[in-house]
Design a protein. Structure first.
Lengths: 139, 110
């Protein structure tokens, strides 16, 4: 089966838009054939990715935008997050030691733990950042 | 997200419901910290929480740490499956005192 784009949405990078992403992705991940528990974990990972963009890429500025795509590649569900913020430090996007119990810093852990691939890059035009995450099927 | 606060067995019980994410986790944080600021032992009832993200979890962690620093008791009760799976993913299910009900918490030494 050829890759199928399940949705592409352009969201204001605001906390009150996260629910819109979750609702849409929940249906898309189910359509892609993920089991219900995996759907919820992928939704969590995507929420965290978008939250990181809001808080860290746009630094809570209200006028940013995020483009989210979900692609069913048959063997995996691919999620793409594109923002138009200054470059992020991808090397800083690493999970922290969970033994250090403190508020914050869990989002990257959730993304790495749930998804099978997490890859950051700068857009070719150097006008934004791209995060690609994949969840393999039948794992 | 909606909430109720009531007293039971000498604890303030904060009952949260709905989805907790970055749009309302600052409210949860304030609610928990305000309750603890009154030197109240506190429990957070998560039975009706259908979704919680890392910002919501962070609010609970801050409450837990604040309670410890103030010598107060703090725990989670009636944790929904949705919330528990996130706490497990964060390896916090063994950190928070968690009991299936307020009564069970009152009878524990947590």
């Amino acid at each position: 089966m050829a890759a199928e784009r399940l949705f592409e949405m352009r969201l204001a990078a605001r906390p009150d838009r996260l629910r819109l992403l979750r609702c849409t992705l929940r249906d898309a991940a189910s359509l892609a054939g993920l089991a219900s528990d995996e759907v919820e974990r992928v939704v969590l990972a995507a929420n965290e990715a978008c939250m990181n963009i809001i808080q860290h890429a746009y630094k809570d500025q209200a006028d940013g935008e995020v483009v989210v795509e979900a692609i069913d590649n048959d063997v995996d569900l691919e999620l793409r997050f594109i923002d138009f913020a200054p470059p992020i430090n991808a090397s800083a996007c690493r999970p922290r030691d969970l033994g250090d119990v403190r508020p914050g810093g869990l989002g990257t852990h959730f993304m790495q733990e749930v998804m099978d691939e997490v890859r950051y890059s700068r857009l070719e035009a150097d006008d934004g950042n791209c995060l690609v995450m994949k969840k393999y099927k039948n794992k | 997200m909606a909430y109720q606060v009531f007293e039971e067995g000498g604890f303030s019980v904060i009952h949260l419901s709905g989805e907790i994410d970055l749009s309302n986790s600052p409210d949860v944080r304030r609610l928990v910290l305000d309750t603890l600021a009154q030197d109240r032992n506190s429990l957070v009832d998560l039975s009706a929480v259908t979704y919680i993200d890392s910002s919501g979890v962070a609010s609970l962690v801050e409450g837990y740490q604040t309670a410890r620093n103030r010598g107060l008791r703090f725990g989670l009760v009636n944790v929904s499956a949705a919330a528990l799976s996130v706490l497990q993913l964060a390896h916090l299910d063994k950190v928070f005192p968690i009991q299936p009900s307020v009564q069970a918490f009152l009878g524990s030494d947590a």
